[in-house]
Ligand binder design. Structure first.
Ligand SMILES: Cc1cc2nc3c(=O)[nH]c(=O)nc-3n(C[C@H](O)[C@H](O)[C@H](O)COP(=O)(O)O)c2cc1C
Length: 137
């Protein structure tokens, strides 16, 4: 099992309806790939965390890279995982509210994963993108 986190930029014409459809498709497809996770759409950018077998994640990545609804897909984190952090989330859409952030970070903190993954989620929720801290440093 592996856990992977990536960000991407939504194409300019993407509407809330489109995000709804992405979630609908994901929730339909992911159980057969045994993939779980969450998707945050925030300030025109996506952050998605997915967990599953390496082969399933590779297959999903190939599909995602060809999806014209987003671009600039960058994998920031991918590591072996003993257990799933989000076993019941076929693909949950989360907002960028403090409450959503607390829920995700609280769940991640209860699992034996390093701080890197949590820092990435936290940075995305705070700055709406990743790399902002590095750029301003
Ligand atoms: C940001 C983003 C996240 C996505 N996440 C998933 C996902 O977790 N699972 C999935 O099956 N498709 C996901 N998709 C959709 C896929 O790119 C693709 O359109 C879909 O899997 C095709 O499914 P279909 O062949 O059943 O129509 C995502 C698309 C975008 C833009």
């Amino acid at each position: 099992m592996e856990r992977m986190l990536y960000t991407s930029r939504a194409c300019t014409v993407l509407a809330s309806d489109d995000v709804f459809r992405i979630i609908e498709t994901s929730a339909r497809n992911n159980p057969s790939r045994n993939v779980t996770g969450f998707l945050i759409f925030h300030q025109g950018r996506f952050l998605q965390l997915v967990e599953g077998e390496a082969q399933a994640l590779d297959g999903l990545l190939e599909v995602l890279k060809r999806d014209p609804r987003h671009y600039g897909l960058t994998v920031h984190y991918r590591e072996p995982a003993l257990t799933r952090c989000f076993p019941n989330w076929r693909m949950r859409r989360l907002g960028s509210s403090a409450q959503a952030g607390e829920e995700i970070l609280g769940t991640l903190a209860r699992h034996p994963i390093g701080p890197h993954c949590m820092n990435l989620v936290s940075e995305f929720l705070t700055y709406g993108q990743l790399g902002s801290l590095k750029r301003s440093a």
